[in-house]
Design a protein around this ligand. Structure first.
Ligand code: PLP
Length: 391
């Protein structure tokens, strides 16, 4: 595997071709000109390896593709204008009418909506399984199963699947495997090297790292990626634009440094939360208290900044007061940027259906960003003090 610093600083870059500029140019063009008909004909025959039209290949995007594929330990990758587009293309490329998918339960919202709303119109069915036990996948297989869809860890309670075991099961039955690897990024988990066929991630999160771009990555074998390029990628037409690709290249330069910093701060925040009397439990895949801690250690080398905790609260208002009192930690969806975020589960339900006996209803997802640890702990203390004032 190529060295990380080489991938991020040099791979795919050809500075002699653009004035020895250290930062690559944004090749903001829709089309490319040819000097003779023979070359144009060659390009029509093989758009996957020529500059023809930027819905297909583009030189700025190419630099990014080389780096991202190498990070995944994959032969090739495609970069989309969103993580959702990467999911859509990857799934669509591997089902036809009458096929069956086995998916981990509660996959990312827009994967679920594809499975529930779009695929049934084409007679593709889905069975959801609790993915913490590989046997559940084995038992859900049908003769027409063509795809196993994974997300490990998922992005709220961090349930894991045993990637090596599921990959082996799928290979035995000739089934394609796809994983949503957004939580770990390829820096901290490399599913392709564990036998998974296609690894995707929302690059909106850690790869961009600055909450200013929406993008997605899909990595796999050259054969699979070429097939998807020539069909779903070109047809859906949601490839990344050159400027956004340039922002992701910039994000990649600092990815390891950001993740290291976030990892260190997250450990401090977890310690603080675990010792706080108003917190029931902290959920984090690389904490020894996590039920799948050993599996996490065997397939992940890091876990970054997403952590969930259960607040001790009798009602929804307590949780709302906690969140509303924070001054620096922003209340927002997404994660992976420079700024810390809080997201209460109860925001996704009518207040009347809040049940304090259900810990999930009292859960808050915290994303730890790049701020000073004390800055964040002070802000969290502000939230805790506000709810103590209530009682
Ligand atoms: C954000 C996210 C996505 C979707 O990515 P977009 O870039 O928002 O389209 C997919 N999966 C997970 C786990 C995510 O967090």
């Amino acid at each position: 595997m190529d060295e990380l610093s080489f991938i991020l600083n040099e791979m795919g870059e050809h500075r002699d071709e653009y004035f020895r500029a250290v930062a690559p140019p944004i090749v903001q063009t829709s089309n490319f000109a040819f000097s003779n008909v023979a070359d144009l004909r060659k390009s029509f025959e093989d758009e996957y390896s020529t500059w023809l039209y930027s819905r297909g290949l583009n030189p700025t995007v190419e630099i990014l593709r080389k780096k991202l594929a190498a990070l995944d330990g994959a032969e090739d990758c495609l970069v989309f204008n969103s993580g959702a587009a990467a999911i859509f293309a990857a799934v669509l490329a591997n089902v036809k009418s009458g096929d069956h998918i086995v998916s981990v339960k509660n996959p990312y919202t827009w994967a679920m909506k594809m499975f529930e709303v779009i695929l049934p119109r084409f007679q593709v069915s889905v069975t959801y399984v609790d993915g913490t036990d590989t046997d559940h996948f084995a038992r859900a297989l049908q003769p027409n199963t063509t795809l196993i869809y994974l997300e490990s860890p998922n992005s709220w309670f961090y349930d894991l699947q045993d990637l090596r075991a599921v990959a082996a099961l799928a290979k035995k039955h000739g089934i394609v495997t796809i994983i949503d690897n957004s939580y770990c990024t390829p820096l901290y988990q490399k599913p392709i090297t564990m036998g998974i066929d296609l690894a995707l991630q929302s690059a909106t999160k850690y790869i961009s790292g600055h909450s200013d771009t929406v993008a997605g990555v899909l990595s796999g074998s050259r054969a699979m990626i070429e097939r998807i390029f020539n069909s779903e990628y070109m047809n859906i037409g949601s490839g990344i634009q050159p400027f956004n690709a340039w922002l992701l290249i910039r994000g990649l330069r600092t990815l390891p440094a950001r993740l290291e910093r976030i990892t260190r701060t997250t450990a401090e925040v977890i310690r603080f939360l675990q010792n706080h009397p108003r917190v029931d439990q902290v959920i984090f895949p690389l904490d020894p208290s996590f039920p799948q801690y050993e599996l996490a250690q065997s397939q992940m080398t890091g876990a970054c900044g997403l952590v969930t905790f259960y607040l001790k609260a009798e009602n929804c208002a307590t949780i709302e007061t906690f969140c509303n009192s924070l001054k620096h930690i922003l209340m927002a969806v997404s994660w992976g940027g420079y700024e810390s975020l809080i997201l209460p589960k109860c925001a996704g339900m009518p207040p009347e259906s809040f049940d304090p006996a259900n810990p999930a209803h009292r859960s808050l997802r915290l994303y730890v960003g790049l701020e000073d640890p004390d800055y964040l702990l002070t802000d969290l203390s502000r939230g805790f003090e506000a709810i103590n004032d209530l009682s």
